[in-house]
Design a protein around this ligand. Structure first.
Ligand code: 5CA
Length: 445
């Protein structure tokens, strides 16, 4: 992308309505604009990051054997009456009446709709196990929408639903989701800790939330710092292996980690004092096992191996895709702006031309731009007639992880400068080496 042609409405001033750094930076970097309270338009660069996260979520879900699909945002109230949640959900549900006077709603989640699809199409245990998911906009009329995309009214969520023949099979689905979520967050450059939590309006008794530690998080969390040493890394995971998924769940849920809703002071005090941590966290996902809550209420049954009709065991599993962008920025920024992890950055390499209009500098930048593009390194080239200082400030604000700086002085010696956004370290090298280095950095991403 050439900056001169892009739509990147950067704000010089710090917007006064934003209370936390991720919200301020998303506005300043031209990623989002508020349309009404808790509802945002995603401008090109914000949308690009949203798509990157969405892709990672898809890849990891498909890897775990789950099937992507797409359900509508508007749902019929009748299904929610069947489960009893139409009344229970209260003021958070946005209720709509169509021209025929039929009650509709903007979906806050999809347990009812997916259970309806399931019961109309699956009759036998032979079609199980089955996990279906979608990534779709949700609406919850939050009492206090705040912190930008962190607590929106309209937000983008991945929600998945497993259907299994019995409790054991459904618990494997739960563990499989836990493992796939650990991988998903790790790929995004985040440390998200599974913590025992409360199930709220979704229901059920087994649930974990995934929390990213941040001072601005809305939840109070209590944990054993030993959990911070755990890593999925690039270990091979066989998602069909009940034992392996259970072992990984065990590994990650053995160290104490709970939100304030389920905190147990006695267990916490048993942790060696230097490892006892109390802090705040951002909830970026939650998994639930709720057994036959919805299948009983909505009569979703299959024939089992003995020819008997039995209700399916279910769970639901959510990732706050739009909220994740806020969480990533909270976890990765400095006073100059965003520092994108390589896996989610909207642009992989920035090119700064120190002397726009200088024939040699322009040609060198053009060459870099063409070559980086051809290698899929998605460069953003600041080709505007701006001062060098302003160009650096823009690249720093929008958080591009690697910057190549090109100027007439360096070019005389045949070199450009490659700078890391994270460390600020710069190294001089030939343009060809800079390209090769960037290709190497992103090879595993
Ligand atoms: N049906 C279940 C799982 S699919 C469900 O709705 N779970 S949830 O309520 O926990 O939501 C899933 C994730 O969506 C949360 O972990 C959170 O990351 C995100 N989320 C929830 N409410 C909001 C909101 N108002 N703004 C942004 N993200 C939200």
């Amino acid at each position: 992308m050439r900056m001169s042609r892009y739509f990147l409405p950067i704000l010089k001033e710090t917007p006064s309505e934003a209370q936390i750094v991720s919200h301020r930076l998303m506005l300043r970097a031209g990623m989002i604009r508020q349309s009404s309270a808790g509802i945002y338009s995603w401008l090109p660069m914000g949308f690009k990051v949203l798509r990157r996260l969405e892709n990672i979520v898809h890849e990891e879900q498909i890897r775990a054997g789950h099937h992507p699909m797409l359900m509508p945002t508007l749902q019929s109230a009748d299904l929610w009456r069947e489960s009893g949640r139409y009344e229970d959900y209260g003021d958070e549900m946005l209720r709509i009446t169509d021209r025929h006077g039929r009650d509709m709603l903007y979906g806050p989640t999809n347990e009812e709709l997916i259970t309806d699809i399931f019961r109309n199409n699956v009759q036998s245990y032979k079609d199980l196990p089955l996990t279906l998911y979608h990534i779709q906009w949700k609406f919850r009329d939050e009492r206090r929408p705040r912190f930008g995309v962190m607590r929106g009214r309209e937000f983008f969520m991945k929600d998945g639903y497993n259907f299994d023949i019995d409790k054991d099979a459904a618990l494997h689905a739960y563990n499989r989701h836990l493992v796939s979520y650990l991988r998903t967050y790790e790929r995004m450059g985040l440390k998200a800790i599974p913590m025992r939590a409360d199930s709220g309006p979704i229901g059920g008794d087994d649930t974990h939330e995934f929390l990213v530690l941040a001072d601005t998080g809305e939840s109070e969390v209590f944990y054993d710092s030993a959990i911070l040493d755990l890593e999925m890394g690039d270990r091979e995971v066989d998602y069909d292996s009940v034992e392996q998924c259970a072992a990984i769940k065990e590994e990650w849920t053995t160290p104490y980690a709970r939100t304030d809703e389920t905190h147990d002071a006695t267990l916490f005090d048993a942790i060696p004092e230097e490892r006892r941590k109390i802090s705040r966290g951002i909830e970026v996902g939650q998994i639930f096992y709720f057994g036959t809550k919805y299948s009983d209420a909505m009569n979703a049954k299959v024939v089992n191996e003995d020819g008997k009709l039995v209700p399916v065991h279910m769970g639901s599993h959510g990732i706050g895709v739009s909220r994740l962008i806020g969480a990533i920025i909270e976890a990765s920024h400095d006073d100059k702006g965003i520092i994108w992890p390589e896996a989610v950055t909207p642009f992989r390499v920035g090119i700064v031309n120190l002397k726009q209009g200088d024939a040699e500098a322009d040609a060198a930048c053009e060459n870099l731009y063409q070559n980086l593009t051809a290698l899929g390194l998605d460069p953003i080239y600041d080709d505007r007639k701006e001062r060098a200082g302003a160009k650096f400030a823009t690249m720093d604000l929008i958080g591009v992880p690697w910057r190549i700086t090109v100027g007439p002085r360096g070019l005389k010696n045949g070199v450009v400068e490659l700078t890391s956004r994270k460390t600020g370290e710069s190294v001089e090298m030939t343009p060809a080496d800079a390209i090769a280095r960037c290709a190497e950095i992103y090879a595993g991403v």
